[in-house]
Ligand binder design. Structure first.
Ligand code: SAH
Length: 363
């Protein structure tokens, strides 16, 4: 349990001796204004002291390391959770927006071969509080380093598979949207393609964005890169996305990490085109970022451009994303929380049971 794991009813219980407006007052201050308990100067000093020192209202994590690029345009925070697991959160500032990339699990069970988090294995789901507090940190950090500029966008593209942790992720989405006040259209959930999770997401209501990490447009190739494709093959995935698009009237985007000689040929672009057309999907191309456990390189610039030209020529909306944060290991797919690596032996055995647990959950 931590500060942001408390729901309003928990606050009411916790503050039972206080005037009835206290819970709402604190709720608003810690969400809308992203204040820490010791910053709640509108509270009586004695209450503030209790909140600042009690375990139930403590932070979900401590900052272990903060890495920045030279102009503080990209910053990566390594947080240690209360059970010593580590996660990473990346904050990126652009001229027109500030985006935080947050984690939804400690590690990941999806095993995508080219992804550093996948190479590390799965430990556990993050709680609602652990997810929400990453956003609070980013708001606070943006306030410190950028002054007036506000955090504007949230992407669930850090460690973990958000749609394998729907219960906590959905509640966190609601809190980020309703209580912190970030518009649903500024929040993106990225999934490897968990079909039951996409169905639940479809029925959520608010206009959150959905990104799907495709990376290959035929089953053989996709299964070799993204093993969960064996369980939710492209045909099933596309049917589910079609339903999403029809029900929500939202455009989805496909993420495509371009790997030299693996998924960057003319043939790959044509296969991808035929999946995009019926969905009117947008495509985000990003040259693969290097990770320790995967030999392929990112595609060269001219390959990326000609791939993008083929898509654009077929009327597909395509963007080329920059590799923000590669120099501080903070780019897409590079989050691994390496501080935990001292305990490799212990981590592997633990991994096996945790993975069985999550595979049961996906059935
Ligand atoms: N599990 C979710 C979100 C986390 S990964 C998902 O798969 O969508 C966020 C994005 O980074 C995904 O599109 C993922 O495929 C991509 N990615 C993973 N490893 C990468 C790498 N080495 N280089 C570039 N992108 C990578």
């Amino acid at each position: 349990m931590s500060l942001y794991d408390l729901e309003i009813a928990d606050w009411q219980k916790l503050l039972s001796g206080q005037p009835p407006f206290r819970s709402r007052q604190i709720w608003k201050a810690i969400h809308e204004h992203a204040l820490r308990p010791d910053q709640l100067t509108s509270l009586p000093k004695s209450l503030r002291a209790i909140l600042a020192s009690s375990a139930e209202t403590a932070s979900a994590f401590t900052l272990v390391r903060l890495t920045s690029d030279d102009r503080q345009l990209t910053e990566k925070a390594l947080f240690q959770l209360n059970d010593r697991r580590v996660i990473e959160t990346v904050l990126m500032h652009y001229h027109d927006r500030s985006t935080v990339c947050i984690s939804s699990q400690a590690g990941c069970a999806m095993n995508c071969s080219f992804c550093a988090t996948g190479q590390q294995g799965f430990f556990r789901h993050l709680t609602v509080g652990e997810i929400v507090e990453q956003v609070i940190w980013a708001i606070d950090r943006t306030r410190i380093t950028r002054g007036e500029k506000r955090l504007s966008n949230i992407v669930f593209m850090g460690m973990g598979e958000p749609l394998a942790n729907t219960r906590n992720v959905f509640r966190a989405l609601e809190r980020i949207n309703t209580d912190i006040g970030i518009g649903a259209r500024h929040i993106t959930v990225s999934t490897v393609g968990i079909v039951p999770g996409i169905k639940l997401f479809t029925d959520l209501g608010p206009q959150f964005n959905l990104a799907v990490s495709l990376h290959a447009a035929n089953n053989d190739k996709r299964t070799s890169l993204v093993p969960i494709n064996a369980k939710y093959p492209i045909e099933t995935l596309m049917e589910t996305l079609q339903e999403y698009v029809q029900k929500t009237r939202r455009r989805i985007s496909f993420e495509w990490a371009m790997m030299d000689g693996v998924n960057d040929t003319e043939q790959d672009a044509k296969e991808l085109t035929s999946l995009c057309v019926p969905l009117e999907a947008h495509v985000n191309l990003i040259p693969l970022n290097p990770t320790l456990g995967w030999p392929s390189k990112g595609s060269g610039w001219s390959r990326v451009e000609s791939f993008a030209d083929t898509l654009a020529g077929a009327g597909i909306a395509v963007s080329i994303r920059d590799n923000r944060g590669t120099n501080i290991d903070a780019a897409c797919g590079q989050l691994a929380g390496l501080v935990a690596d001292k305990n490799l032996g212990e981590r592997y055995s633990e991994n096996i049971s945790a993975k069985m647990e999550i595979s049961a959950l996906l059935d």
